[in-house]
Design a protein. Structure first.
Length: 353
């Protein structure tokens, strides 16, 4: 009996224009489009192996060595079911192909970074899951087609199927068929941009993105202004800035959007706080750093952004990385007690293969 098995890995992506709010919670359709950078380095990845075998009793998944429940109708079950459906279509076209769609699968996934600490672990996880099943099933699907399925695992996962600069277009079809990730620019387009990850805390976050989003959609008046007016204009402006490699505009929009996302969380009832005092102190350092840069050169040198957790991601052209690391270590001397540099911050080459 041949072995049917495939392993793939997918990296984390960090949004510059944030996804926050669902218009359909089952299909995971967002209330606004979003845009992210896929961090192309080894330290923030999910690696997933899938194996199909008729002797397996049922579909089973282990995350970091621990078995996860695959609840009926839940997100994991949906992604596995959709991928088996695509395989069954392929089997109909190719009658000689083994009937893998009828075999249970065993899936084993590892994250090499803290899970659920606002470092987009679910994005990398679901992207790797879908990509490994696509490889196992030898599906001819494009990354955009696979993004439609990964989206139903975790919204932001759809963007991790591409490297480089990626938009998730919210779409308008009620069945979600046009709510997909597309590439804005490949990694090679702007290899100079780096991401510095400052792990302020690797504790699990207090309010999950699912429950936080739901509360925001139900209670925040600011969200309506954001999704109706602000985000559509920003999506266009930041895509243009990426195409033109205009870091100053990219940085300005990224920081404004992070700030508005956290403002929307504060506008939620009861409010949600994802940043802490250290996060805010890092904002102050980057703001001052940019103020001096604006005074001397007229352009910003760095952009901070925060997801649903206290950890900072700082985008900057490569030439500034050392200077910013030195600044952070000077203002946060506790940084030095971390033995593994990646437990405090890592430099992610965006655009380095
Ligand atoms: O895909 P989720 O449910 O993990 O939500 C991600 C939400 C943010 O990370 C805060 C923003 C984003 O666009 O990634």
């Amino acid at each position: 009996m041949p072995i049917y098995q495939a392993t793939t890995s997918a990296p984390v992506n960090i949004a510059c224009i944030k996804y926050w709010g669902k218009r359909d919670t089952k299909l995971i359709l967002p209330t606004n489009s979003s845009l992210s950078v896929t961090l192309d380095q080894d330290h923030l990845r999910a690696t997933t192996t899938s194996r199909a075998d008729p002797s397996f009793e049922k579909d089973t998944l282990w995350l970091n060595g621990k078995e996860e429940v695959i609840a009926d109708g839940g997100r994991l079950a949906t992604c596995i079911r959709e991928m088996k459906y695509l395989r069954s279509q392929l089997e109909q076209q190719k009658p000689d192909a083994p009937k893998l769609s009828t075999f249970p699968v065993h899936i084993c996934s590892f994250n090499n970074f803290p899970t659920a600490a606002g470092l987009a672990s679910s994005a990398a996880g679901f992207a790797a899951l879908v990509a490994s099943l696509a490889a196992l099933y030898e599906l001819p699907a494009t990354p955009s087609e696979l993004s439609r399925i990964a989206r139903q695992g975790s919204g932001s996962a759809c963007r991790s199927l591409f490297g480089g600069f990626v938009a998730w277009e919210m779409g308008s079809a009620p069945d979600g068929s046009d709510s997909l990730a597309i590439e804005i620019a490949p990694r090679e387009h702007w290899p100079d941009i780096h991401a510095l990850i400052c792990v302020v805390s690797d504790d699990k976050k207090g309010t999950s993105s699912t429950s936080g989003m739901q509360r925001t959609v139900e209670t925040s008046p600011l969200l309506q202004h954001r999704i109706g007016t602000v985000v559509p204009a920003r999506m266009k402006a930041i895509s243009d800035a990426i195409r033109a490699r205009d870091f100053d505009t990219f940085a300005s929009l990224t920081m404004q959007d992070s700030n508005q996302f956290h403002a929307v969380c504060l506008d939620t009832d009861p409010p949600i706080f994802y940043m802490n005092d250290v996060s805010r102190a890092i904002i102050a350092v980057i703001t001052e750093y940019n103020r001096i840069a604006l005074e001397t050169t007229g352009k910003r040198k760095a952009a901070y952004t925060y997801d649903a957790g206290p950890n900072a991601v700082i985008y900057t052209p490569k030439e500034n990385v050392r200077e910013i690391v030195e600044l952070i270590v000077r203002y946060f001397p506790q940084a030095e007690k971390f033995k593994d540099p990646f437990s405090l911050f890592g430099v992610a080459g965006v655009g380095e293969g």
